[in-house]
Every structure is written in structure tokens, then in C-alpha cells.
Ligand binder design. Structure first.
Ligand code: PLP
Length: 368
């Protein structure tokens, strides 16, 4: 059967809806965005300098050679990965769609460990796949049970499994042992496994384990690990992401990408951002300090936050849509989690002290 793209709804995301802001008479500069989970301190000054010097009249490197070298040098040091194991994308979102496009045919079964990022669902649905979801329980703070997932994979025999670690929107983390359980079930059932580590650097306390270990440890398993530079390096306006896989899988994914998919400005920004380790570590450290203070303040304020290993967390509210709208009139944006199937939760990301204190005060004033 030939491939076709089914008609699907666009996924819902956080961040500004510019038309909505316009309709409310608000400018993006005056609204504080707690709905995105990026590093709130902005990109390294080196990025602005690099971006200003990009030759805009020249096509960028189709193979992203310098960027891939920078990723290997600064991100994946200590691994023996060849450059050919990397695939760069116009954000991780492009790679999610590329994986779906390169791996699925109509009717194939796809498993999603939810509640999670909506792009997996939309991209797979667009390829005509049948989607099944394992849903972690609210009563367990959404911590997925790896044994249950492994058994479920054995029963359902999906062709592709999506797992976000740490997870958006819940902030849960699956450690090495649990990840191997899931990966071995995928291996046994010939399912491809995609682990989205877009928020890997935001795990607190830090974790050394990355699913990229699986690539060498389980040679029979087709596994792709996704990383986003958009989040930790604060490049949301440019968007940049990459995938790590075996050379064979990377070749297959590359064949499904358009030429020059990563523009020259994004490539230069990525190289500059990756090279400034001090800035990255300083800002992430500051964010982790704020996260602890913010989460403690939520608890002390009797707000019902869900424990999270990242700098963002869920907060139980009466009606997520209403809370989002009310906060927006106060020039603060939070993520209404209705699209995750959680209409009684908002997701909030830590920002600087002055900013999160403002949000806390607003939440306490409102009847949420
Ligand atoms: C889990 C997850 N993966 C991937 C992405 C896409 O990020 P980008 O395309 O900007 O790299 C997001 C964005 O919110 C996300 O939350």
C-alpha cells in the first residue's frame, strides 16, 4: 500500500498564540510565559554574536557538519558515536514527523506512553497509523510502571513506541533499569523505540543515564534518541534538535528530510550555544535553585502541585481553561493541560524569582 497522509487536527501546544494575544490587546513582550519549558535566562551572548555574523546570502551546510562536530564535542563526549549517527532537525518536532514518515504505513500500530507531548500522536495519525496509549495514573503522580509497559508491549505488538523522558507534561523520570525493561520488550517484539530527551538537562537531581546507552547495549533494537537544543540553550525562536541512532537508522531518517532543513542561522547559533558551557551550567544551576524555591512555595501555599523531576510541574485546578484565561488577563501565560486529557491541571515552568513569585501571588488570589 502506498503511503498517504491522513487529515488530522494540529496538536495543541503551550507558548504564545499570537492571534489570541492580539485579540486581547496584549503584546508578547508584556506577557510572562510560564507555558513553555525552556531555559528562561535566554541564549548565551555568544549566540547573538554568531547569529549576527551569518552570511545570509549563502546556502547552509546541508549536512550540518560543524554543528554535528559541536554536538559530539560538547554534548556526547565520552561516547564513541560517529558523526553519521546524528540527524539534525529544524527542532525536534521536525524529527518526530520524520520518524513517523520514515517508519510508518497506514494501519501500523503505534504505542504512546502517556499522558505526553501531543506531536507524536498527530505525526503518527497523519501517517494513517493506529494509536494505542498506556496512561500513567494520576494516583501514582503519573509515574509510569515499566513492568506494566513491558507486558503491554508484549500483548499489543506495536511497531513503534514513543517514550518521553523526562516526560512532558508530568515531569516524571524513568531510570536506567526501568528503561532497559521497556527497551528489552521492544527488542523482543521487534518494535522501534523512540526516547524523547528534550528535557534531559532539566532533570533534578541530575541523572547521568541517557537512553543513548541503548544504542550500543541492545544492538538488535532500533532505537532513536531525540534531543532538543531549543529548551536548554533557549533557542525557541530558531528551533534546533537532533536525533541519535545507529548509522543505518540515521541514514534512513536523513533520506526523509528535505535538503537544507536546518538553516544557516540555526546552525551557527547551535555551534555557539554548545561551545559556551559556562553559560549553560550557570543558567541551569540558577534555574535549579529557583525550581526548589518555587516548588516549596507552591506546597507552602497549599497549592496542589504534582511532584516533578524537572523545572516544570502540573498543578491541580478546578478548571484549567478558566485558570489560563484568568491568568492571561493578568499578563501571565500557563499551559492548560486539557489537550493532554488533564482538564483539571495546568502546567507551569519555573522562571526567575520575581516572575514565579508574581505567579504564586496571582494563583493564591484567584479561586483555583
Ligand atoms: C517533549 C518535547 N519534545 C519535543 C518538543 C519540540 O521541541 P523543538 O521542536 O523546539 O526542538 C517539545 C516542545 O515543546 C517537547 O515538549
Amino acid at each position: 500500500m502506498s503511503k498517504r497522509t491522513a487529515k488530522v487536527e494540529q496538536p495543541v501546544h503551550g507558548a504564545f498564540d499570537y492571534a489570541e494575544l492580539e485579540s486581547l490587546g496584549l503584546h508578547p513582550e508584556e506577557v510572562i510565559d510560564f507555558s513553555v519549558n525552556s531555559n528562561p535566562y535566554g541564549p548565551s551572548p555568544r549566540v547573538r554574536e554568531a547569529v549576527a555574523n551569518v552570511a545570509l546570502d549563502r546556502y547552509p551546510d546541508r549536512t550540518c557538519l560543524e554543528l554535528k562536530r559541536a554536538i559530539l564535542d560538547y554534548e556526547l563526549d565520552g561516547t564513541r558515536l560517529p558523526l553519521a549517527a546524528l540527524v539534525c532537525g529544524n527542532g525536534t518536532a521536525e524529527l518526530i514527523w520524520t520518524i513517523a514518515h520514515a517508519s510508518l504505513k497506514p494501519g501500523m500500530k503505534v504505542a504512546i506512553i502517556g499522558p505526553t507531548f501531543g506531536e507524536y500522536h498527530t505525526a503518527c495519525l497523519a501517517m494513517g497509523a493506529t494509536i494505542i496509549e498506556y496512561r500513567a495514573c494520576a494516583s501514582m503522580h503519573f509515574q509510569p510502571d515499566s513492568e506494566e509497559i513491558a507486558t503491554w508491549i508484549g500483548e499489543e505488538h506495536p511497531s513503534l513506541v514513543w517514550l518521553c523522558n523526562p516526560n512532558n507534561p508530568t515531569g516524571t523520570w524513568i531510570g536506567q533499569e526501568e528503561m532497559f525493561l521497556v527497551a528489552e520488550a521492544c527488542q523482543k517484539n521487534a518494535a522501534m523505540l523512540v526516547v524523547d530527551e528534550a528535557y534531559w538537562r532539566f532533570v533534578s537531581p541530575r541523572e547521568e543515564f541517557s537512553a543513548r546507552e541503548l544504542i550500543e547495549a541492545l544492538p538488535g533494537l532500533e532505537v532513536v534518541v531525540l534531543r532538543s537544543l531549543t529548551k536548554d540553550f533557549s533557542l525557541a525562536g530558531l528551533r534546533l534538535g537532533y536525533a541519535i541512532a545507529t548509522e543505518e537508522t540515521a541514514r534512513r531518517l536523513n533520506a526523509h528530510l528535505p535538503s537544507w532543513n536546518v538553516n544557516g542561522v540555526a546552525q551557527a547559533a547551535g555551534v555557539a550555544a554548545l561551545s559556551d558551557r559556562v553559560y549553560l551550567e550557570t543558567t541551569l544551576q540558577a534555574l535549579m535553585t529557583e525550581r526548589t524555591a518555587f516548588f516549596q512555595a507552591l506546597v507552602h501555599g497549599n497549592l496542589k502541585s504534582v511532584p516533578s523531576r524537572t523545572h516544570f510541574c502540573l498543578l491541580a485546578v478546578e478548571n484549567a481553561h478558566n485558570v489560563r484565561q484568568q491568568l492571561l488577563t493578568r499578563k501571565m501565560l500557563v499551559r492548560d493541560c486539557t489537550s493532554f486529557g488533564l482538564p483539571h491541571c495546568i502546567r507551569i515552568a519555573t522562571r526567575s524569582a520575581g516572575e514565579w513569585q508574581g505567579l504564586l501571588a496571582a494563583l493564591q488570589e484567584m479561586n483555583i
